[in-house]
Design a protein around this ligand. Structure first.
Ligand code: GRF
Length: 183
């Protein structure tokens, strides 16, 4: 069993999918930069070890050093970002090179960064989707490990499209993470 640590900043629906559909790995730590993240509360309620620390006041280097320490203490082998809304420093990425994955709500390399659904709708795209990729120093730029597509329907808003993509995320992420940890 590979030991996975999940980093999140929000509701954590992808983390829940990773926990509930785990195959070949165990989620051994759920960590957040937002001590009040709903995903963190879910993890704690479900008996998962958690780590919460805000970088506010202590600065990014001290924050990342503490996060790195918590991940190592939990003997994490692979980090899964799941709605983690902070950029990891180049030094952190280098320390964990090849062992950090992320889910991004677009068909990469299209629409890196934020507001992916609004941009896909504005462009008149017929299809949207999500990508699981390796994390490198380049934002949303690492190797794509797997993708899932959904249609963009007439009348879609960023919210309706986001909900459709999110359903696809919850199927894709556990599946690709399982494959990845077996490599
Ligand atoms: C998802 O859309 C994910 O693709 C993006 O942030 C959102 C996180 O949602 N990176 P959740 O916290 O997993 O529910």
């Amino acid at each position: 069993m590979r030991r996975v640590g999940v980093l999140l900043s929000g509701r954590g629906s992808n983390m829940i999918a990773l926990v509930e559909q785990a195959r070949g790995y165990d989620v051994v730590l759920v960590a957040s930069d937002k001590p009040d993240a709903p995903g963190l509360a879910w993890a704690a309620e479900h008996g998962l070890p958690t780590f919460a620390l805000s970088p506010r006041g202590i600065g990014k280097p001290a924050y990342e050093a503490a996060l790195d320490g918590a991940l190592r203490e939990a003997e994490v082998e692979v980090i899964a970002l799941a709605g983690y809304m902070r950029l990891l420093s180049d030094a952190f990425v280098a320390r964990w090179r090849g062992r950090i994955v992320n889910i991004h709500p677009s068909l990469l390399p299209a629409y890196k960064g934020l507001d992916t659904h609004a941009r896909a709708i504005a462009a008149g795209d017929a299809r949207a989707g999500c990508s699981v990729h390796l994390v490198t120093e380049e934002l949303d730029g690492g190797q794509v490990l797997g993708q899932a597509e959904v249609p963009i329907l007439p009348g879609d808003t960023p919210d309706t499209l986001a909900a459709r993509v999110l359903t696809a995320e919850h199927r894709l992420y556990p599946c690709i993470l399982s494959e990845f940890v077996r490599r």
